[in-house]
Design a protein around this ligand. Sequence first.
Ligand SMILES: [Zn+2]
Length: 201
Amino acid sequence: MNQIKIGKFIATCRKNQNLTQMQLAEKLNITDRAVSKWETGRALPDSTIMIELSNILKITVNELLLGEKIIMDNANQKNEQIILEMAKEIESKNKIVWTNMWIIMIISMIGLIGSLFLVAFFMEEGIWQIVAIIGAGVIFLIPCFYALKLEVSVGVYKCKKCDTEIVPTYKEALNAMHMGFTRYLKCPKCGKRTWCKKVIK
Ligand SMILES: [Zn+2]
């Protein structure tokens, strides 16, 4: 999505309708700051108000997303372009989530190993040392749960038997055994439990 182009297009259409930013904002029950953010390309309109916004501006949602008027002759081609751009956007967001998950895991691993090292070398043997080791382990679980949440939120798992794409819930993923990013999941289509590979699209 080209936010700058969309922003300029919104501004042009708004002026064509003889509306100020304030008047448009009032019609949509939002602040004029939000309108200004769109028009300067700093943000996209929320998907929940895109239809209403398009109606007010007398354009289609597709035109809004593309940032230009669509001439009927090449409407299909333009629609495909929009879908491709959206897919690309989701892809790059997924990549960011995936990278964040790795960073969280690596930092917390280093933290865990570091604290276990400190406890082993600098604490006297005894009950408090055991408490500290358990404590470090429990604290380590927090980023693990969060990382799992991120992991489940992107991509799909593939059934080994029939190649069906499986999207497990957080609970299902939490309860499923795993080796790296391969999880032992039940396929909803063939009903078999297999080691399903994670696929990031
Ligand atoms: Zn299957």
